[in-house]
Structure formats: structure tokens, C-alpha cells
Design a protein around this ligand. Structure first.
Ligand code: AMP
Length: 131
């Protein structure tokens, strides 16, 4: 069965997409640790990130760098943190989280909640800042 991320990639379910090319997509996490928390996902559905072919994992990180730079242009923060968890969705992905303090990327803390309008506005700003 297709992963929830493949359903987003195939436009079967909606997401707040901030960047996309032929091989990768990035969209806002719907249970964010911080405003701007974004997932960067290869379109090829491989569960474990360290099972991606070398070239694909390298390109994933290069794409994530561009996404991180666009988040930084929009969300005030000290820097963008990066984490790989993968315990919930079996489709490789990188979490990008704007950081001001180390606890901002603590996955055990309660998640934030934003309205649909807030997600849409933020996604548009990050998308517009993507180069
Ligand atoms: P993990 O697999 O442990 O890295 O966690 C998966 C992440 O995907 C969590 O932070 C979820 O909030 C996020 N997530 C799950 N479903 C969606 C969705 N439909 N749109 C955006 N983010 C999602």
C-alpha cells in the first residue's frame, strides 16, 4: 500500500507543499515542533533513509539544503536543525526544524497547532522564497 507521503506526492491527499522537483518534495509537517517545521521526502518510496542509493541520498540532502535556505528566509531563527526519525511513516524523510534553542527539536515535546489559513500563508511564503 502506498505510504501517506506517496499519496501526497500523487495528490491523492492534500499537503502544504513548499518545494518540489522531479525527484523530491517538501511540505509542512502537520504536527510541527516549530513554525516552519518541514519534511523533505524523496518521491521514490523507500522506507529507511540509509537504504537509499548513494546518489539519491546525496541529492536528497542537496534539495533539503535549498529548502532549509528558503525556510530561513521566512522564519526568524538561529539556524535550521535537521533530524531523521522515521518511526511513524515508512517512507524516508528529513525533518527540517527552525531552531532558537536545543529543545526546539525535542520530538518528545507537545506539538504546535496552527490554523489552515496559517499553514497556507506560511507554505506560500516558503514556496515563494524557494530558489
Ligand atoms: P517520523 O516517521 O517518526 O519521522 O514522523 C513522521 C512525521 O510525519 C511526523 O512528524 C508527522 O507529524 C508527519 N506527518 C504525518 N502525516 C503527515 C501529513 N499527512 N502531512 C504532513 N506531515 C505528516
Amino acid at each position: 500500500m502506498a505510504s501517506i507521503f506517496s499519496k501526497i506526492i500523487n495528490r491523492e491527499i492534500p499537503a502544504y507543499i513548499v518545494a518540489e522537483d522531479n525527484n523530491f518534495i517538501a511540505f509542512l509537517d502537520i504536527n510541527p515542533l516549530a513554525e516552519g517545521h518541514t519534511l523533505v521526502v524523496p518521491k521514490q518510496e523507500i522506507d529507511y533513509i540509509f537504504e537509499l542509493p548513494d546518489q539519491d541520498i546525496a541529492q536528497l540532502f542537496v534539495f533539503a539544503k535549498r529548502v532549509a535556505q528558503s525556510i530561513e528566509r521566512v522564519v526568524p531563527c538561529k539556524r535550521i536543525g535537521l533530524s531523521v526519525i522515521g518511526l511513524e511513516v515508512p517512507h524516508s524523510h528529513i525533518h527540517l526544524v527552525p531552531l532558537n534553542a536545543v529543545n526546539d527539536i525535542n520530538f518528545a515535546k507537545p506539538k504546535l497547532d496552527f490554523s489552515r489559513e496559517q499553514y497556507l500563508a506560511l507554505a506560500k511564503k516558503i514556496k515563494d522564497a524557494f530558489k
